[in-house]
Design a protein around this ligand. Structure first.
Ligand code: ASP
Length: 348
């Protein structure tokens, strides 16, 4: 039986609206430091956990997030992994879903909660959503069963009373408190008077599997969103980048693209040159099924991989992590067609 008397939670503050204040001159929101942030949340001292804090120095607006900062964040978690029972990451909402997805792939076999949260209103604002998001995230990060096993041993986003699998989330609202949705996978928990966990949806606790970090990300990935009337010269210019190793195509409906021979030829050429092309749908809900229509089948026939029901955030970061870990085309193909951290539903 593990010691469950005092749960240890590490809060990592990276920046974002939750820790911002309006600049007196410009009125624009800017980050402030960790000490000032803590003064605004005295409630943390009333929680019955050992809470430690770390921060990015300086904190960043999440629009400035990039793979090297994901590495920094993953390393902070790895260095503190054995010392804590759970982690809370405070993060800007703009790219939170990318960070949640990236961490879920970078921290393979994670067996402790990593709960990412932030807010739409700064923590110092009267009507802030930040306090509830933060305090409930700490509670979820510390939550365990009677044997001391964590209830949520995976990377999640907690926002507006909902706990979601991190690599299934997308930011859907630039204003409302319900900023995130997980369209293709149900919420893992709801917080009301009590927190109700849907344990059958949560990754099982597998402490026997060693944490396997993947810290080298390959950023030679591009996203191509199709639209009616998209021009050949623009696509050809974009796809001719010398360093390109992978393209995510955001297609129509169930994975369909215009039947233009030049488009299909351009994609065939990419595959021939070893560039991996993954197809995800522009729809928020549902999955790519390239064999359903002729307009999808033409892509399958030139080597395009299915992205299933992946979010764009998950697809991009999964590619970055896979390409950073291996050069072997067969291995890349196998990993793309597998759910690594619960990010896709593979049809049976
Ligand atoms: N621009 C902010 C950020 O993502 C927005 C937010 O935190 O909600 O850092």
């Amino acid at each position: 039986m593990e010691n469950i008397s005092r749960r240890k939670v590490l809060i990592i503050y990276t920046g974002g609206t939750i820790g911002m204040v309006a600049n007196m001159n410009t009125g624009a929101l800017e980050n402030f430091g960790l000490n000032r942030f803590l003064e605004m949340v005295p409630e943390l001292n009333r929680m019955d956990y050992d809470i430690s804090l770390k921060a990015f120095d300086p904190p960043i607006d999440s629009s400035d997030m990039e793979p090297v900062r994901w590495r920094e964040l993953a390393e902070m978690i790895i260095e503190n992994y054995d010392l804590h029972d759970g982690f809370v990451v405070l993060h800007g909402t703009d790219t939170m879903a990318y960070t949640a997805s990236a961490l879920s792939f970078m921290l393979e076999n994670i067996a402790k909660p990593v709960i990412i949260t932030g807010s739409q209103l700064p923590i110092g604002a009267l009507r802030t959503d930040g306090k509830e998001n933060l305090l409930t995230s700490v509670e979820i990060a510390a939550a365990c069963d009677l044997s001391g096993r964590p209830i949520v041993p995976e990377v999640c986003i907690y926002f507006d009373s909902r706990l979601m699998r991190g690599n299934r989330t997308t930011k859907i609202n630039a204003e409302g408190f319900n900023a995130f949705r997980s369209f293709n996978y149900p919420s893992l928990a709801h917080a009301g008077i009590d927190i109700h966990y849907s344990t059958h949806l949560i990754r099982p606790y597998r402490p026997e599997l060693p944490l396997c970090p993947h810290l080298d990300l390959d950023d030679r990935v591009m996203v191509l969103t199709l639209f009616p009337g998209i021009r050949r010269d623009f696509i050809e210019a974009a796809l001719s980048a010398k360093e390109l190793r992978a393209v995510v195509i955001k297609t129509f409906g169930a994975g369909n693209a215009p039947q233009k021979p030049w488009l299909v030829d351009a994609i065939r050429e990419l595959s021939r040159c070893g560039v991996h092309v993954v197809n995800i749908t522009q729809c928020s809900e549902g999955s790519v099924e390239m064999h359903r229509y002729e307009t999808g089948l033409q892509l399958l026939n030139v080597g395009v991989e299915p992205g299933f029901d992946s979010t764009i955030e998950s697809c991009v970061t999964k590619l970055m992590v896979i390409l950073g870990a291996t050069q072997d085309p067969a291995e890349i193909h196998a990993l793309l067609n597998r759910s690594i951290a619960g990010e896709v539903t593979i049809p049976v």
